[in-house]
Write a protein that binds this ligand. Structure first.
Ligand SMILES: Cc1cc2nc3c(=O)[nH]c(=O)nc-3n(C[C@H](O)[C@H](O)[C@H](O)COP(=O)(O)OP(=O)(O)OC[C@H]3O[C@@H](n4cnc5c(N)ncnc54)[C@H](O)[C@@H]3O)c2cc1C
Length: 390
């Protein structure tokens, strides 16, 4: 995919990716925040590209952001996921906050100061069922207050603001939710869980008891049900998929380098891994096509709130997530079989342990079973879209 010429997004992303590559193993081993890569994103002003130009951004499309997620995912999955999650939060502000004075002003601040946004939807007792909350926001006069047992907030300790879900008021049903922006000076975080995980270690997704107080104008003006359906779910599935695709791209590139080196060593003899590489290339293309189709569908639906809220759109986005999160594991496993012990060992040019561990988060990042459960309910009434025209 070619990014918009003029913004130089490709070059900017590649410069950040090179910085991320230099620190990726250290970030993984220490389970530390990818500070250098995020500083490079800030230096390249990549944190505000999605914001409208009138508010200091560059009007970047979701496809352009997805391409950057993939470029970063090819070197450091954690840095790529931080970038993706920041832009998922920003998509809710751009889609639902642009007509509102506080949120427009905040987007200008994000541009000017390159603020990093984090997300707190997961809650103790609710898990990843993001369309439900236990905690409720309290509103007194012009002030809102919230306490939330936020069991997973990626880079919570490093963010400049957190977008957090809750019930709309003390008597609201669990699905009657709002999302509120709290800036760093408006909340405290008390650590409740340590993120010591198999993979995606650098996202530093610790658990926190969040306590915040802010002007009530910081509550997004639309119900969270609309925000989730019209921006957050789609951008999550698409941008996560772009990160995961990037991880798989790099795994296949390593496997291809391994096969080529073997071919050079024994001219005229097809290396044993060559056939498997062809299979991996086929699966990689499937993930790419699936992600591009999802991105196109979202771009086309963006101007039409009914289409964005339709069952067909939800099924399509769920399917993008399920397919990419499952298929990358098969691809990386193929790459591991091709590279053999050189892929299994850390510290070789063909190492794939980090890729495989990071990729295992994909099926859990909102459990695929939960997503399949949602799709299966929709398919009780929705007829699968089978047209090749789109
Ligand atoms: C790298 C990473 C970063 C993350 N960052 C953030 C963040 O910044 N902010 C945030 O709020 N959250 C974050 N999360 C949390 C994530 O969004 C989910 O909340 C979390 O993965 C739990 O998902 P879950 O509740 O769907 O599954 P789990 O709570 O893990 O579910 C447990 C088990 O129950 C099963 N299950 C649960 N519900 C259903 C159902 N309805 N149908 C069928 N089976 C079900 C699942 O199969 C699963 O095996 C992050 C997760 C990861 C992996």
């Amino acid at each position: 995919m070619t990014l918009t010429v003029g913004k130089g997004l490709t070059e900017r992303a590649e410069r950040v990716s090179a910085v991320a590559a230099a620190h990726a193993d250290d970030v993984d081993v220490k389970g530390r925040f990818p500070r250098e890569a995020v500083d490079a994103m800030i230096a390249e002003r990549l944190l505000s590209i999605q914001i409208p130009a009138a508010l200091g951004g560059e009007d970047a499309s979701v496809s352009e952001i997805a391409e950057i997620c993939s470029v970063l995912g090819q070197t450091c999955s954690a840095a790529a996921m931080v970038f993706a999650m920041h832009h998922i939060k920003l998509s809710s502000l751009v889609s639902h906050g642009a007509g509102d004075a506080w949120h427009s002003g905040f987007m200008r601040r994000v541009s000017d100061e390159q603020l990093l946004l984090a997300s707190a939807t997961t809650e103790g007792g609710i898990g990843g069922n993001l369309r439900n909350s236990i905690c409720a926001i309290e509103i007194t006069d012009d002030t809102c207050r919230l306490t939330k047992d936020a069991t997973v907030i990626s880079y919570g300790a490093h963010a400049d603001a957190i977008l957090i879900t809750s019930r709309a008021h003390a008597d609201a049903a669990s699905t009657d939710q709002v999302m509120t922006v709290f800036t760093r000076d408006q909340y405290t975080l008390e650590q409740t869980h340590v993120w010591d995980t198999l993979g995606m270690r650098g996202t530093c997704s610790d658990g926190w008891l969040f306590k915040g107080e802010a002007p009530k104008a910081q509550i997004l003006p639309k119900p969270f049900a609309e925000i989730a359906a019209q921006s957050m779910l789609a951008t999550s599935h698409l941008l996560w998929s772009a990160v995961w695709y990037g991880i798989a791209v790099n795994a296949v590139a390593r496997a291809q380098a391994f096969v080529r080196a073997a071919a050079r060593k024994s001219p005229g003899v097809t290396p044993p891994g060559a056939l498997r590489l062809a299979e991996a290339s086929n699966l990689l293309q499937l993930v790419k096509s699936n992600t591009i189709a999802g991105l196109k569908e979202y771009e086309a639906a963006k101007a039409d709130p009914d289409r964005l809220s339709s069952m067909g759109f939800a099924v399509a986005m769920n399917n993008v997530k399920i397919a990419s999160s499952e298929t990358i594991l098969t691809i990386i496993n193929q790459a591991m079989l091709i590279c053999g012990i050189m892929g299994y060992k850390n510290g070789t040019p063909f190492s794939l342990g980090r890729h495989l561990r990071d990729a295992h988060s994909a099926q859990l990042m909102i459990s695929n079973d939960r997503i399949l459960g949602n799709t299966s309910n929709l398919l009780l009434v929705h007829k699968q879209d089978t047209s090749l025209i789109g």
